[in-house]
Design a binder for this molecule. Sequence first.
Ligand SMILES: Nc1ncnc2c1ncn2[C@@H]1O[C@H](COP(=O)(O)OP(=O)(O)OP(=O)(O)O)[C@@H](O)[C@H]1O
Length: 348
Amino acid sequence: MSELKILGVSAGYGRETVLEDVDLTVAEGTTTAVLGGSGSGKTTLLRAVAGFLRPGSGTITVGGRTVAGPGTWVPPERRGVGYVRQDGALFPHLSVAGNIAFGLPWPRRRHHDRVLELLDLVGLPAAIAERHPAQLSGGQQQRVALARALAPRPGLILLDEPFSSLDTALRTATREATAQALRAAGATTILVTHDQGEALSFADEVAILQAGRFRQVDSPRTVYREPVDAEVAEFLGDALLIAGSAADGSVTCRLGTLPAHGYPAGDVDVMIRPEQLTLTRPGAGGLDAVVRDIAYFGHDAVVELDPAGDESRDPLRSRVLGVDAPALGELVGVSVVGRVRTYPRVLD
Ligand SMILES: Nc1ncnc2c1ncn2[C@@H]1O[C@H](COP(=O)(O)OP(=O)(O)OP(=O)(O)O)[C@@H](O)[C@H]1O
């Protein structure tokens, strides 16, 4: 499998530039999730890497070989890149075996053993080899599409929102089977998604794409705990932003004096994730609050809190375990666990 390097790539359609001077490296055998909203340029990036779109400038190398660059253009079929689309795009008139064998080089298309090996790799039973796509569930179809893409042992696999059409249970199972198959194949992978949880749980690195530029590329833990700015923090999940004053590795704000990292001194905005707010006995936390609303999800619950004694203050939001959900109207103490992130003050 191969390292992917994208250097200074700009690409678009006609006069519209979608990707602006983007850089991205995906190390050999690792997975990077490209996370971005609708229209941010995710598919455009995959199309440029696969060779369906010619970049206006920049260089793309796969396994050290330049596939796009000044004076160089390698067509899609010679790039050693596998592509799995959102809908799987299986051939409806071919059997599962026929679909997978289609991904093999010509002389090997009759090698049934390799087809069975690939079915096993994606966690499907050999018994479905003779079925047609219409006789498979959505999740099975996606796994067959992955097997077809892996068949020629490509240097790089591109997954374009492959789980988004599946319902929740099937989605989790298919995602796990896919991750396992990619690991077993040692594949270098880019997963494109607009689902934060999917990006954080699936990938070694998460690349946040907004309006055709990467805002941050880091490990899932780092992008979630140490987003580069408040906008990225909010894009990755629920974030409470409040004013504070930072000094000596801590910040003082309405929730008390808390260990902090980020912008080191002076007026700051403090970013706290809702699961960092824990509920205690009244008087035992940084402040007291009254439970104003609860959204109960079973495994966890999101609790809206009104700081007690100060109606003018904005409500707080805490995410607690479902078993710990308080009662509506209850008076609770609120504490913060873990370090909080600080940014230069933007809030009024
Ligand atoms: N074939 C095309 N011709 C012209 N403009 C296009 C074409 N494909 C995409 N675009 C435009 O390029 C921009 C980025 O599109 P792209 O499909 O890369 O976004 P995306 O992040 O994959 O979005 P989504 O999550 O909705 O699929 C959008 O403004 C879109 O309208």
